[in-house]
Design a protein around this ligand. Structure first.
Ligand code: AMP
Ligand code: MG
Length: 509
């Protein structure tokens, strides 16, 4: 294996937040899956042997020169309530690597055993959740959504006990560890825990460090920094809305200070379009983290971040939070403009009125329609628009309907929307080939549906990796039509509606 270079600056700068830890030895590490694209970030080649040195290292059994594993301390608001100190309970950073382009990347194991922050947890992770995190990290990257990355997923050879639905039926499951890579895994919660401690000095130091290290272009300006964080978070949620991603657990400890998608737990990419949908069974009652509420929740989380940062300027009198208020207002502007622009691109118009988008939302809700296939099929509607009737357009969209045919009474909300839409297209003078090309660049042809990951897991249990290998190829070309993506261009099957792990997921991982 090629040598890696580490400088571990964070560990050496923040002894109060970073604690040295050791991974717990595991029995028989075996490399299950490896991302060459993520490996290239830190300069690693593909392992030759699934039981080789990479499996040992990324299971936590072996260190290489320069690695100084540590866990970090953070707090967070969980489901709207301050939960106090949390921290890396089952994640540890092997080290901060510096690649050939002098870029800093944290290399983190998730599921490598207990840390001082494990509370009552075992520090472990099971295969189903590790593979889900691995695959979706890379899927989101290839979709063009800001995200932490995944290098590999290693089977540990140990069994881990989990009660999947917290209903008194624990069972032993295969253990696994995912290696994640990101510029930093710092979250809002790191800032919040220092504010909760009233540790103003360390908070100030963390803010300065964050700006200088990760936002050097801002020249140490915290006003600009908070505004930029708000902008990135808004842009991130717009991207989630574009591809139908529901994070599922948007607690403040799961929001990245770089505006990345972080911590893939009970997430889901939507099959049937439904803004009220959440894949997280723990959130089934209140649906705090449902698809349609993600923008509002991100703002709420930024407000909690602002509460923590307010401590820095508390001695500056009455208007000391003005800089934070500006950032929060900016969030709403960026989100609203970004959302409309994104939706207009999805339907191939130069812009879209709130009225048109509201009617589209109503139409899609009423129709029980597959979000991904609907927008992808829309390119065909857009292309043939000059000669197309609403009935013909519905015919093109038929593939995406879970319930078909629709009532033929001319009051179908989606049909009414199509009428307005086809009128609107006539005002667009741009060349249609370019419009369609742009639509196909923002509307994925393949998304990582929960049921597909479940099928991959079912296959693995029988020693068959065909489905896993197929979705692993497909997720790396999500906008392309090729033999893998074409074979998977279909709606969620009926059986997946009720199967655990397909439409509903628990936090137990
Ligand atoms: P999550 O919902 O995965 O973002 O985790 C929330 C908190 O619980 C974090 O502080 C995790 O480190 C911790 N946690 C989750 N699962 C475990 C586990 N099996 N062992 C120890 N800590 C855990
Ligand atoms: Mg988390």
């Amino acid at each position: 294996m090629r040598p890696l270079k580490f400088d571990n600056r964070f560990l050496n700068t923040f002894p109060d937040i970073a604690t040295r830890v050791h991974a717990t030895h595991v029995k028989n590490p075996e490399m299950l899956i490896w991302s060459e694209e993520a490996a290239a970030l830190i300069g690693l080649d593909k392992p030759k042997d699934p039981h080789g040195i990479e499996a040992q290292i990324f299971a936590g059994n072996q260190l290489v020169d320069g690695m100084q594993p540590y866990a970090t301390r953070y707090g967070g608001h969980q489901f709207g309530t301050w939960a106090g100190q949390l921290g890396d309970g089952r994640a540890l950073i092997l080290g901060e690597s510096i690649n050939g382009r002098h870029e800093r990347l944290e290399v983190q194991l998730k599921g490598a055993g207990q840390t001082p922050y494990s509370r009552r947890g075992d520090g472990r992770a099971v295969l189903r959740s590790s593979l889900r995190e691995f695959l979706c990290s890379e899927a989101m990257f290839h979709l063009g959504v800001p995200t932490t990355r995944a290098l590999c997923c290693v089977l540990t050879g140990d069994k881990v006990e989990r009660d999947m639905f917290y209903d008194g039926h624990p069972r032993l499951e295969p253990g696994a560890i995912t290696t994640r890579v990101a510029t930093t895994f710092l979250r809002f919660g790191h800032f919040q825990v220092l504010a909760a401690d009233r540790n103003v000095e360390q908070l100030k130091q963390l803010v300065t460090y964050t700006i200088n290290t990760y936002y050097p272009e801002l020249m140490g300006d915290r006003v600009k920094w908070f505004k930029e964080l708000c902008r990135r978070t808004a842009a991130l949620v717009v991207e989630w809305m574009r591809v139908g991603f529901v994070h599922g657990v948007m607690n403040t400890d799961n929001l990245s200070v770089l505006g990345l998608t972080i911590d893939y737990g009970p997430y889901g990419l939507m099959d049937i379009y439904d803004p009220d949908w959440t894949p997280n069974t723990t959130d089934e009652q209140n649906r705090r983290y449902r698809f349609g509420q993600q923008a509002a929740v991100a703002l709420w989380n930024l407000q909690r971040m602002a509460d923590a940062l307010a401590l820095l300027t508390v001695d500056q009198g009455e208007n000391h939070t003005q800089w934070l208020r500006e950032g929060l207002e900016y969030y709403a502007d960026v989100y609203n403009a970004g959302y409309v622009e994104m939706m207009a691109r999805k339907i191939g118009l130069p812009t879209a009125s709130v009225d048109l988008l509201t009617k589209l939302d109503n139409g899609m809700r009423a129709a029980e329609i597959d979000m991904t296939m609907f927008f992808r099929q829309m390119a065909e509607v857009r292309e043939s628009e000059p000669t197309m009737t609403t009935k013909q357009a519905l015919g093109v969209l038929a593939l995406a309907f879970y319930k078909w045919p629709q009532p033929a009474n001319n009051t179908d909300p989606l049909e009414l929307w199509l009428k307005d839409y086809l009128e609107e297209c006539k005002r667009d003078t741009r060349p249609v080939t370019e419009i369609v090309k742009d639509m196909n660049a923002v509307n994925p042809y393949f998304i990582l549906r929960n049921y597909l990951v479940q099928e991959a897991l079912d296959g693995l249990e029988k020693g068959d990796r065909k489905r896993l290998d197929q979705i692993w190829r497909a997720l790396r070309t999500p906008y392309e039509i090729n033999s893998d993506t074409r074979a998977l261009y279909k709606k969620m099957p009926d059986w997946a509606r009720t199967r655990a792990g397909c439409s509903a997921l628990s936090c137990s991982s």
